[in-house]
Design a protein around this ligand. Structure first.
Ligand SMILES: [Zn+2]
Length: 128
């Protein structure tokens, strides 16, 4: 009888709330292919995650081209793109009321020059 126990590490990656759709520049290759990914490494036993190696996980800016990962803490420009950030200095430009339409105030002088009297009836000229 032979039992094989396999230990390892598995990293769960998922999008970070507030950073969905945020694309930033990769500081390694320069392409705008960086996405904020939450990495949560777990210790696995027989391929089953049993112990989280990090309580809160890591927030990394991961490049989809060169797979370069950089902690989001080092990217204040990326943090500024977060929706509804904790700083509160990044007001989203959505859900704003459209600009008020021009009120239809009549131009000055409206209504004048309208009631002109019709020309006087012209009597036919008579020759004789
Ligand atoms: Zn890159």
């Amino acid at each position: 009888m032979c039992l094989i126990f396999t230990c390892g590490e598995h990293t769960f990656r998922k999008e970070v709330e507030g950073y969905e759709g945020v694309v930033c520049q990769c500081h390694n290759c320069g392409n705008y292919a960086g996405h904020v990914i939450k990495s949560n490494p777990w210790f696995t036993f027989c391929f089953i995650p049993v112990i989280p190696l990090s309580v809160h996980g890591y927030h990394d800016v991961v490049c989809h081209i060169c797979n370069f990962a950089q902690p989001v803490e080092n990217r204040p420009d990326v943090q500024a793109m977060k929706r509804g950030g904790e700083g509160g200095n990044n007001v989203p430009m959505q859900n704003q009321a459209p600009p008020p339409q021009q009120a239809g105030a009549p131009p000055a002088g409206w209504g004048q020059g309208q009631g002109q009297a019709p020309p006087q009836g012209q009597a036919p000229m008579r020759y004789g």
